[in-house]
Ligand binder design. Structure first.
Ligand SMILES: [Zn+2]
Ligand SMILES: [Zn+2]
Length: 605
């Protein structure tokens, strides 16, 4: 009997210790017993702090003593000048590539050294440190909270659900994808343990979408641990910019475009034209040879070894690109081939999630042309960074600036539309949401640029509501969040125009002005309060309010500066007369003509 009692005691003790240690790891106030699952943000490219270290493992510091970010590269101006000065001078003097392209490659390799990956294993070889938050936001320092909320302002979610229900999975954007996916899998297990919840919500954003592709494929067991997935502008099938990068299909290889159009699409026209004029101090063949060599270096020696970047290569581009770049790198190709399969299976895996009862939502932007870097820039609608069929799960749409046409009939190709009488055509005639995988659960924001997504308060409010409540079941649930809405960022209205309008002493105004101010203010406040809008509505509301504020003397009218057109005219004249040729390739008369042209710009005959 004594034996039995002691055995029971031992068991009881052991059991209580186990339960004690189990409850000791649960850190939430709710102890896992509340209606809101913890949310894990899987952010986008460059949305994690990654610090460059020196050889001793200490932070590299800039002149102000601030840590230096490893993303996207570390530029050391001193060493760049040192490496490039003589090749540049020699190339200029002899008008031939005398070490210029080699020097540029060397500079590029230096800048990316911290982000280089081994060509056998695909693991980072540079000295860097990822600033990770292996804890809930509740346990983060004020500095850490600031980093997190600055990237993804889910502060209202944290207020509603508790900061102990919000987690931020930081990772290196230029790194080993397999490692990152394994870390995310472990992170999810940690969140389950710490919160006491048996399920989590995940929020894959942009590049986070490619990591989610891999997570579902490599760790299908995770599907049973997910309550909701809220995708935000996810790169589920990469970005065609990266596809063009890996296929070396750069738009600037066409010299006619390089000297007329390429830079204008990326920066202020007058600055772009100035660079075009200056670039003519070397012959176009020397310049293009250098550009090709730099591109080879960037793609073959840097990008090809970074498997997380392969995660952004669309599946349509992968077979040819991997054949060309990874034939001699089997260690990397094995990893990227595996990811390719994840990308091919992405929609099927999301369908499995849905079939298992996981709620899957998608928030995307459209009608912003892709950055014109590669030649595929206009093959699909886009949000500036990712093409739309990637973010919106295969959706059919018109190109930016076009419509599907008046005769277009909704195609209804998705199995997930609950009612075929739904109208899934965008009011602007650009998107047929019935062709994406999730017609009833994808929210589209017209004219919204990818990089400003987190500044769109409707998108953040929508994500918050999806994560914190069960109010929204689909795009028909809440009037503020319809399927199609528009770009917005009401910070200027909130911080300047509305407070200024409210502070006006209306007793001093004419009846007419007071009426217009009241109406314009009411319209602005309604715009801020109601999250649904159309692209361009914010500008109308702001212009009206600014207009009356200027009229009554509260604001000064903004006088647009007359833009300078000197280099624009000069560069276009050079291009019209000499195509992409450098100055030394032009006939002697050019110099005479050049002076005449410059004279004519100043009105001298
Ligand atoms: Zn809870
Ligand atoms: Zn539907």
């Amino acid at each position: 009997m004594k034996k039995v009692i002691s055995l029971v005691l031992v068991f009881a003790l052991a059991f209580s210790m186990v339960s004690m240690s189990a409850s000791a790891t649960v850190k939430t106030e709710c102890q896992g017993d509340c209606d809101t699952c913890p949310a894990i943000v899987v952010p986008g490219i460059g949305q994690s702090n990654v610090w460059a270290l020196d050889k001793n493992g200490d932070y590299l510091l800039d002149a102000d003593g601030e840590r230096i970010s490893a993303f996207p590269a570390v530029l050391n101006v001193g060493s760049i000048v040192l490496k490039a000065i003589f090749p540049v001078l020699l190339t200029l003097f002899f008008q031939a590539d005398i070490g210029l392209s080699d020097a540029l490659c060397s500079v590029l390799m230096d800048a990316f050294e911290v982000n280089l990956c081994d060509e056998t294993t695909g693991k980072n070889t540079g000295n860097l440190e990822v600033e990770k938050y292996l804890k809930s936001v509740a346990e983060c320092s004020d500095y850490e909270k600031e980093q997190i909320y600055d990237n993804i302002p889910l502060i209202d979610f944290a207020k509603q659900a508790g900061e102990d229900h919000l987690y931020y999975f930081a990772y290196n954007s230029f790194s080993n994808l397999d490692n990152t996916v394994a870390e995310l899998y472990d992170f999810i297990q940690m969140v389950l343990e710490e919160t006491g919840h048996d399920k989590v919500n995940i929020v894959p954003i942009s590049m986070g979408g490619s990591i989610a592709d891999a997570l579902l494929e490599y760790h299908p067991d995770v599907m049973d641990k997910l309550e909701k997935v809220v995708y935000i502008v996810p790169a589920l099938n990469g970005s065609s910019i990266v596809g063009d990068l890996f296929r070396k299909d750069f738009a600037f290889f066409d010299t006619n475009f390089l000297y007329n159009g390429f830079l204008e699409a990326l920066m202020d026209e007058e600055e772009a034209r100035m660079i075009e004029v200056i670039a003519r101090i070397i012959p176009d063949q020397v310049l293009t040879k250098a550009l090709h060599k730099v591109a080879d270096c960037l793609v073959e020696d840097i990008a090809a070894n970074i498997t997380s970047l392969w995660g952004l290569c669309p599946k349509e581009d992968y077979p040819a690109a991997s054949q060309a770049l990874l034939a001699n790198k089997p260690g990397i190709k094995e990893q990227t081939d595996r990811f390719y399969q994840a990308q091919v299976d992405a929609h099927a895996n999301i369908q499995t999630l849905i079939d298992k009862g996981v709620e899957v939502y998608n928030i995307v932007d459209y009608d912003v042309p892709l950055y014109l870097i590669g030649n595929s820039w206009n093959n699909d609608n886009a949000d500036g960074v990712i093409h739309l069929s990637s973010t919106a799960m295969g959706v059919k749409s018109a190109l930016v600036g076009e419509t599907l046409g008046d005769d277009y009939v909704q195609a209804n190709t998705s199995p997930n539309c609950s009612d075929r009488s739904h109208n899934h055509l965008s009011p602007d005639g650009v998107v047929d949401a019935s062709t994406g995988l999730l017609p009833d659960h994808t929210f589209y924001f017209d004219g919204q640029g990818h990089e400003q997504t987190a500044r769109n308060d409707a998108i953040i409010a929508l994500a918050t509501r999806l994560l914190a409540t069960d109010d929204i079941k689909d795009v028909y649930s809440v009037a503020d969040f319809p399927q199609f809405s528009g770009r917005r960022d009401p910070r200027s209205l909130n911080n300047h125009y509305i407070p200024e309008a409210k502070a006006v002493d209306t007793s001093t105004l004419s009846e007419e002005d007071a009426k217009e101010l009241a109406e314009a203010l009411a319209e602005a406040e309604a715009f801020v309060a109601n999250k649904a809008c159309y692209d361009g509505q914010q500008k109308e509301v702001e212009d009206r309010l600014i207009g009356i504020l200027v009229k009554i003397g509260v604001r000064e009218a903004e006088v647009p500066e007359e833009p300078s057109t000197f280099f624009t005219n000069l560069s276009l004249w050079l291009f019209d007369n000499y195509g992409p040729n450098g100055f030394s390739e032009m006939p002697f008369l050019t110099i005479v003509n050049l002076f005449k042209a410059i004279g004519s710009l100043f009105g001298i005959k």
